[in-house]
Design a protein around this ligand. Structure first.
Ligand SMILES: NC(=O)c1ccc[n+]([C@@H]2O[C@H](COP(=O)([O-])OP(=O)(O)OC[C@H]3O[C@@H](n4cnc5c(N)ncnc54)[C@H](OP(=O)(O)O)[C@@H]3O)[C@@H](O)[C@H]2O)c1
Length: 283
């Protein structure tokens, strides 16, 4: 096997080095998104996801793709956004059917109907919160939880980041959970499924940072949506508050958002509470 000879190059001048250093710094700069015009929501009926879309389009008209399970809820979401002045369309996506993942992304990034305009923000908000007991007592339910909350979102995050990179940049918002960092003992399977997504998204954030792609990890605590209907919690917040924090973070430099912000402190404290005490508290 022949190897190419090392070419003799002149030593770079201080000006070249400064230029190279500046472009390295620029590559590390955070992508800020203040007024996006094209947004994709993976989990097209998610109450939190739709609140983020509405907040990003406040006072403006957006081009929105809602990728989700076909049905009345998805169709209603398209109609509602259209009534608010946005251009919205639905794309089929089922987390349990991996043959839908790539076509959903391809269709979401398609520029045929947007005169070449690229996607500014992808919001990944699909997920489920099943019965905490069943998800560890029934092995198939445990596997299903990982499929919907981890496998599909991880694949979609990877695919979306690749497409954002290919088009020259953009932002990916991954809706994780405070439970990803510290799961409740009564709902640890759910926390575990979110932890996989959170770790993947946090790694992806660093991997694509230099390519003009921003990955923002959002960790809500307890948010009043249909996912939590019939339950209550201390430090409960609203989807609008999560959306507000997310929009602010996108316009700034933060790598992660906790909603409400106090959820972070609670999680940090709980990490240091001895297991024996936690057992008694049933947290
Ligand atoms: N609410 C909270 O307290 C809270 C806290 C922490 C994290 N989160 C996370 O935030 C995200 C959004 O939750 P949300 O509160 O907005 O609840 P939501 O309105 O119920 O949204 C869940 C989304 O996931 C979709 N989904 C569920 N299973 C799916 C599947 N098999 N294939 C495709 N899509 C599927 C739902 O679609 P369908 O309409 O078809 O069911 C819906 O669009 C979730 O990832 C959730 O885990 C929520």
């Amino acid at each position: 096997m022949r190897f190419p000879r090392p070419s003799r190059q002149a030593a770079p001048s201080p000006t070249d080095e400064r230029t190279a250093e500046r472009s390295r710094e620029r590559a590390q700069e955070q992508v800020r998104v203040a007024e996006p015009s094209r947004v994709v929501l993976l989990g097209g009926t998610s109450e939190i996801g739709l609140a983020v879309v509405r907040r990003l389009g406040r006072g403006r008209s957006l081009d929105v793709v809602l990728a989700g399970r076909p049905g009345e809820r998805l169709a209603d979401a398209v109609v509602a956004l259209a009534a608010e002045g946005h251009r919205a369309r639905a794309v089929p996506l089922e987390a349990r059917d991996r043959t839908t993942w790539t076509p959903a992304l391809e269709s979401s990034f398609d520029t045929a109907s947007t005169a070449g305009e690229r996607v500014d923000v992808v919001v990944l908000a699909l997920g489920t919160a099943p019965d905490g007991e069943r998800s560890w007592q029934d092995p198939l339910a445990a596997a299903d939880l990982v499929q919907v909350n981890s496998a599909a979102p991880v694949a979609l995050a990877a695919g979306a980041a690749q497409r954002l990179r290919a088009q020259g940049g953009g932002a990916l918002v991954v809706v994780s959970s405070a439970a990803a960092v510290r799961a409740r003992s009564t709902d640890f399977a759910h926390g575990a499924s979110k932890a996989a997504l959170d770790a993947f998204a946090s790694g992806l954030r660093e991997a694509v940072r230099g390519d003009g792609v921003r990955v923002l990890v959002v960790r809500p605590g307890f948010v009043r949506t249909r996912l939590t209907a019939g339950r209550s919690a201390w430090l409960a917040t609203t989807k609008e508050a999560v959306a507000d924090l997310t929009a602010h973070a996108l316009a700034g430099d933060d790598d992660a958002v906790w909603a409400p912000p106090g959820a972070r402190a609670v999680v940090e404290v709980l990490r240091w509470v001895p297991p024996r005490l936690l057992r008694r508290l049933r947290l």
